[in-house]
Structures are given as C-alpha cells and as structure tokens.
Design a protein around this ligand. Structure first.
Ligand code: FPP
Length: 253
C-alpha cells in the first residue's frame, strides 16, 4: 500500500501505548501476552513513523507509577525491554534511527541499562529520525530533577538567579534537546494524560483512539495524523490572526 501524503507531517509524535492488559484479558490470555504483542506494535510503529517522515517518535514505555504493578508483570516488562533492545538494534541501525531515553533510567535494572547504553551508543550519529523511549518517566519527577539541576546551576553561578525565562528552565528538562511534541496519541479509549510530557505538550494536539495498543495499525496512525491536520493550532493567537497571516498581502504584485 502506498504511503499516505499529509499536508503537514508532525515533527514529533508522542504515544501513550495503553490497553495491552485489556487486549489480553479479552482473549483470556495473561496480561504479559498483551505486552508481548505490544512489543510487536512498537516495532511496526517505529517503522511507520519513519516511513511517514516523522522526525521524533516518543513512546511511553514505563512510567514511574508502573513500579506499583505486580512484581512479575514489572519483571516481564523489563525482560521485554531487554529483548527488544537486543533484537531491534540492528534494525534501528539499518534504518538510521537514533535511540534516546527520557526518565530516571539510572534506576532501571542493570541488564536493561546495559542494553540501552549499547543501543544509544550504536545509533548516536543518526540525526534524521529519533526514537525516544520514556522509561521510569513521569512529568512530576522530571520537574523535580530539573528544579534541582537549575538550583545547582544558580548556586554555581552558571545561571543568574534573575533568569526567569522558560528557555533556561527547559534546558534542565530531560527533553532539553528534543522539540516539543506536536501530536500526542493515546490508545485504548482512555482520555487521560497520566503524567506524560505535561510541560512539553502545552501546545500539542491530542488524539484519543479506541484501539488497544496491540491493535494500533498503520491506518490508525495515518488517521491520527489526518486529524492533526484538521486542527487549527493557534499558539495563543486568534483564528482571524492566523487567517490574515496565511492570506496573500493584497496589492502585492
Ligand atoms: C499499557 O498497557 C502499557 C504499558 C504500561 C507498557 C507498555 C510496554 C510495551 C508496549 C512493551 C515494552 C516496550 C518497549 C518499548 C519494548 P496496560 O498494561 O496499562 O493495559 P491496560 O490498561 O489494558 O491494563
């Protein structure tokens, strides 16, 4: 099937991959089977994002709150992550996709950190496409970490205590070198943000889809981008201002 053409391709798409557990439960399977199928969707979605020309794809793979799940489910998710990195690094290299992470990755199991370091290093030179895995991520812990780093920089004289700019603070976020998401997608019919990129998504468009993550398809990804294209992004301006800015200047030759 030919790739769809979009009027505007969002530069950064961030996805809350939800519904693995319900997908499995509906089929009488253990929840872990849903996560296993979810990894397959992760693999396909990275490829689709690349085909669509999306520069940054962020996937919410493990939140700071996810440690509250049963120990065996947390263990299974960590194993899947390790397996994914071991297996997919070759493909990331072939497709020239750089891997980045956001979150307190220092608190992940050593075997996962080791694979992350390997893949990050092996893909560090690629610039066209970036896969950002949000791991042990939460916006509130990100703000705490950024505030601590900001305070230390003020104390050392690197930042002036009078610097009240957003840019100075944003440089302390995990996402300091990643553009804000244009589009945030959540699967599974839930319409929550769940502590995900709360500051970075200040002007993002949100699309909520009914499918469970293992069923998220290339077509649905395309539909979400079509929906994004139907939205009018005003960034605080009025609709009339946007129309005037887009209209050709009258009398100009
Ligand atoms: C939400 O479904 C999904 C997660 C908490 C984990 C997402 C993880 C993967 C897709 C696999 C590992 C990731 C990578 C990048 C290899 P849920 O369990 O909350 O579903 P439910 O709401 O139906 O219970």
């Amino acid at each position: 099937m030919a790739d769809p053409t979009f009027a505007h391709v969002p530069r950064h798409v961030a996805i809350i991959m939800d519904g693995n557990g319900r997908w499995a439960q509906q089929r009488g399977l253990p929840r872990v089977e849903g996560h296993r199928r979810g990894v397959e969707t992760v693999r396909k979605t990275i490829e689709t994002a690349r085909d669509f020309g999306i520069e940054y794809l962020t996937l919410y793979a493990f939140s700071v709150e996810n440690w509250r799940r049963p120990e065996d489910e947390v263990g299974a998710l960590m194993n899947l992550l390790e397996y994914f990195l071991k297996k997919e690094t070759k493909t990331l290299i072939k497709n020239r996709v750089r891997l980045r992470t956001i979150g307190r990755t220092q608190d992940l199991p050593a075997k996962v950190r080791r694979e992350l370091d390997r893949t990050i290093e092996a893909t560090a030179d690629f610039t066209e496409h970036t896969l950002v895995l949000a791991l042990n991520y939460g916006s509130r812990t990100e703000v705490v970490d950024a505030a601590q780093s900001f305070a230390a920089a003020v104390q050392s004289g690197e930042i002036s205590p009078d610097d009240k700019s957003w840019e100075a603070f944003a440089r302390r976020l995990y996402t300091h070198d990643i553009p804000d998401p244009d589009l945030v997608i959540r699967t599974s019919g839930e319409t929550r943000v769940s502590n995900f990129l709360l500051l970075q998504a200040a002007y993002a468009e949100f699309v909520f889809l009914p499918s469970f993550w293992p069923d998220f398809s290339r077509d649905e990804f395309a539909q979400a981008i079509e929906e994004f294209n139907r939205r009018e992004r005003r960034f605080g301006r009025t609709g009339d201002q946007l129309t005037a800015a887009a209209a050709p200047v009258s009398g100009a030759s």
